[in-house]
Design a protein around this ligand. Structure first.
Ligand code: NI
Length: 190
């Protein structure tokens, strides 16, 4: 089955907006999650936040690959975070870029599932990192916002490459590069 969605790529303004709370958990949302599973698996991602498929709502799908199958988390909130660790992190919306990024090592999460039940859990290791990464997406924050100066420099090179290879849908990439979208970045205006 082909993915019903194209994953939005950095430069798309939808990735920079704060998503709003899910107010209705219904069949429509469940169907959307099913579609997002397909998109996530096809992209070989471990998680996908709704803004990445252009939906400005606070939910995510994920699969840790431990045999539990795909999960949904709606209106997630980090209630507590602790520790610090470095993790080699990538993002489907920032293709080809991976960086060692420091974040809290353990987070406590609350949210809702598709049955409208409140869930609460502690997440560390891979799940902890995934939760923080996807929550960032719901707040319009991207991987590149966590980079240090050196990482940022090499990210810019990689982002230019992304722009060259994707002439459409990257209208905002000039801004992501910290430069106005003009002259040599004329491509980004398409
Ligand atoms: Ni991501």
């Amino acid at each position: 089955m082909a993915s019903p969605y194209a994953i939005r790529i950095i430069g798309d303004p939808v990735l920079r907006q704060r998503a709003s709370d899910v107010t209705e958990i219904d069949g429509r949302l469940a169907a959307l999650c099913q579609d997002m599973y397909v998109t996530m698996y096809e992209a070989q991602g471990a998680g996908l936040a709704a803004p990445q498929v252009g939906v400005q709502k606070r939910f995510m799908v994920y699969d840790l690959g431990a045999g539990d199958g795909p999960q949904v988390l709606i209106n997630p909130v980090i209630t507590e975070s602790d520790g610090e660790c470095e993790f080699y992190e990538g993002c489907l919306s920032v293709p080809g870029l991976r960086f060692d990024i420091v974040r809290p090592s353990t987070v406590n999460i609350t949210g809702l599932n598709l049955d409208e039940h409140e869930v609460e859990f502690e997440a560390d290791d891979f799940l902890g990192r995934l939760m923080q990464h996807e929550l960032d997406h719901l707040n319009g924050i991207l991987l590149i916002d966590h980079l240090d100066e050196d990482q940022r420099r090499s990210a810019k090179k990689a982002l230019r490459k992304i722009a060259m290879e994707a002439p459409s849908g990257v209208a905002g990439l000039g801004a992501e590069l910290g430069s106005p979208a003009k002259s040599k970045f004329g491509l980004f205006r398409s």
